[in-house]
Design a protein around this ligand. Structure first.
Ligand code: ADP
Length: 542
């Protein structure tokens, strides 16, 4: 016999929420909503309401494969919409509200979204955009009747009214596991955003992998607060993984301020939380200023940009929280590597463990990594050689939505992440740059990220960015751009002195400039393109 003798059980994402409803039905989902309420619901309730969403969409004439967009914060209603859309065969398209309005319109038109679910926060934005959203037939506000706008230029539907009366036991739509279930566009710092269409299979496999002990380690006893928004790379898969595990979820809606998040962490006994470094920067400052603590928090996962050493040390040493660095991207559903300690690393002295935690971690089962040079030759895993990072696996993009960007895999099926990295013999990968941000000085590469992360450890420095500026002899040299901490007067010379001995001499920035703000992308990363523009023509002393 050529095949095994096991059952064909398609990996549909609704199976995750069915599992949660049946086996962890009373486990809570706590949400802060846009209306300023705290709503406590459960996996069982969310499953029933997701089925009502599915029924409502079927009645609207949404068919398998159609895109239904969400413009929403992390709330129970957003989770219900996700499962409801995918559970009736639709494709849940999360739109990042922090994009420019023209980009949102481009994305919605490109995706041909037929319905848009939006939080009340976005009513003014959608009223402005509605005319340019060519394919959207229905706009549904994720709220109840009393919070609907009294007057509006768009014929908005009310989510709670739409669900009322629908069958909370309606069957899900069974689709092939390779059918699409979600869609997310990359931020597209250059050119138009490109869509990544996730399959049911990719999401389910990713959820199972995310729950492994060395990955997010989510269990039924876990209480998980994803600060990372559901519109940013699926909130790193947490809404799926938490359902598979039956964990409690804490969702903060439109609130990203450190006091609210810290309060929810303490009040709800959160054990795991996930966010980009800028969020944690604010959190550490808040905790310091208020002498606050982090309650029962065990682990914080930091990803999206590199976590500076000072941040990792502060969480571990001052607050007793295990920091886990994560790396991934929209094109990878998104998790690729996690920085949990290996058996050997667990025996190392503390300082060496922190060294490893500064790296982005080891490959998760299901993700293959490879480093190559500019000619495509494989580089050694020696922790020194750095090159382009390629990936392969069942939750990694094979092509962009509608074929944008053409063929994106090489002949052996590898996807070029656009990141530059090293991999050490134990498998710890370290991002040294994005390939377009790396500084090329005299034919050698300088890692902007490494300098930034060190500079942020210098007293008086709040934020640091390094870009390459043109140099007559060396092609490019590093320019260090600094935001000082409030009230600090640290000088350029002092910062350079601080860096001395920590990086190779030829990596030392040629100049330091002070600014009041550094531009960030819609997903919280330093916008190097804008900085390069701001400092174009910058003259370094010869
Ligand atoms: P965007 O749409 O903002 O590009 P992604 O989340 O897809 O959103 O961005 C992925 C990129 O973010 C990666 O290719 C990498 O450059 C960067 N990144 C993600 N995690 C880390 C990390 N832990 N350290 C450094 N860079 C990271």
């Amino acid at each position: 016999m050529k095949t095994g003798t096991m059952q064909d059980w398609p990996l549909n994402v609704w199976k995750l929420i069915d599992h949660a409803a049946i086996n962890h039905g009373s486990r809570e989902i706590v949400s802060l909503t846009c209306e300023g309420q705290e709503v406590r619901t459960s996996w069982r309730q969310v499953q029933g309401r997701a089925k009502q969403v599915a029924e409502a969409l079927r009645k609207m004439g949404i068919r398998q494969g159609d895109r239904v967009a969400t413009l929403a914060w992390n709330t129970h209603r957003h989770i219900e919409s996700w499962y409801g859309i995918s559970g009736m065969g639709g494709v849940a398209h999360t739109v990042n509200p922090r994009l420019f309005p023209e980009q949102i319109a481009y994305i919605a038109n490109h995706a041909e979204d037929r319905v848009l679910f939006l939080d009340p926060t976005f009513v003014p934005l959608v009223e402005k955009l509605a005319q340019s959203l060519k394919t959207v037939e229905h706009f549904v506000i994720l709220t109840s009747r009393e919070h609907m706008p009294k007057e509006a230029s768009v014929n908005f539907l009310c989510y709670e009214e739409l669900l009322a009366g629908e069958d909370a036991d309606a069957p899900w739509t069974v689709v092939e596991e390779t059918a699409p279930s979600g869609l997310c566009y990359t931020s597209g710092t250059t050119g138009n955003p490109k869509g990544v269409q996730y399959s049911h299979r990719a999401n389910v496999l990713h959820a199972m992998a995310a729950n492994m002990g060395d990955v997010l380690d989510i269990r039924s006893q876990s209480v998980v607060l994803p600060v990372v928004p559901m519109y940013h790379a699926n909130a790193w898969g947490v809404p799926y993984a938490a359902a598979a595990a039956g964990a409690k979820l804490v969702l903060c809606g439109p609130n990203f301020d450190p006091p609210t998040i810290a309060n929810m962490i303490r009040k709800e006994n959160v054990t795991l939380t996930l966010a980009v470094p800028t969020v944690w920067l604010g959190m550490l400052q808040h905790l310091e200023a208020t002498s606050g603590d982090l309650g029962a928090l065990k682990r914080v996962v930091i990803g999206g940009s590199a976590a500076p050493r000072a941040m990792i040390e502060a969480f571990e040493e001052k607050y007793g929280v295990d920091v886990c660095h994560a790396w991934g991207m929209t094109e990878m559903t998104p998790l690729g590597t996690l920085g949990s300690l290996s058996a050997e690393a667990a025996e190392l002295p503390r300082a060496k463990q922190i060294d490893l935690k500064c790296k982005q971690g080891r490959a998760i089962f299901g993700v293959e990594l490879k480093l190559v040079d500019d000619e495509g030759r494989e580089l050694p895993r020696d922790g020194v050689a750095f090159g382009r990072l390629l990936v392969r696996g069942p939750w990694i993009v094979a092509s962009y939505f509608k074929g944008d960007g053409g063929q994106i895999l090489d002949a052996d099926g590898w996807f070029d992440t656009g990141d530059v990295a090293t991999i050490d013999p134990a498998g710890y990968m370290q991002i040294t740059d994005r390939s377009k941000d790396v500084i090329k000085s005299g034919g050698e590469w300088i890692s902007s990220i490494e300098i930034e992360n060190l500079a942020i450890g210098c007293p008086g420095v709040a934020e640091a960015a390094v870009i390459g500026v043109a140099h007559p002899k060396w092609d490019e040299r590093p320019l260090l751009i600094i935001i000082r901490k409030e009230g600090a007067a640290v000088s350029g010379a002092e910062i350079l002195k601080y860096l001395e001995g920590k990086i190779a001499k030829w990596w030392m920035p040629d100049a330091v400039e002070f600014v009041d703000s550094i531009p960030h992308t819609a997903t919280g990363k330093i916008q190097k393109t804008a900085l390069r523009e701001q400092f174009s023509g910058y003259k370094l002393a010869a």
